[in-house]
Design a protein around this ligand. Structure first.
Ligand SMILES: [Zn+2]
Length: 104
């Protein structure tokens, strides 16, 4: 296993841990794990694309039903993720998401 692969495994583990802590409402720990995962990703130049909708880019909280509000806006084909912890809004195209799901 090379370094990058190990780093990827660690990132995966950190997101899992972050999710667990978020579900227990340990916001501080949850944020810490996401922050760490992002730091590792940056260091090893790893894309967090597959995780990007799982956490708030601004405050690093892991998204659970208690930390995010997801709205599908059919009119302009967008999905908005509103972080309930810091109010940050992330918008994604709705079409792409549908296509991605279809591919799986
Ligand atoms: Zn936030």
């Amino acid at each position: 296993m090379n370094e990058k692969k190990i780093a990827k495994e660690r990132i995966k583990k950190l997101f899992d841990l972050s999710r667990e802590e978020a579900l227990k409402e340990n916001w501080g720990k949850s944020r810490k794990y996401v922050t760490l995962a992002r730091r590792i990703a940056m260091k090893f130049n790893i894309s967090l694309r597959k995780y990007k909708r799982r956490f708030c880019k601004k405050c690093n909280i892991y998204f659970t039903s208690k930390t995010v509000r997801i709205r599908y806006q059919k009119k302009d084909m967008r999905v908005t993720y509103t972080c309930l912890m810091c109010g940050n809004v992330q918008r994604y195209p709705y079409v792409k998401e549908k296509l991605k799901k279809g591919k799986k």
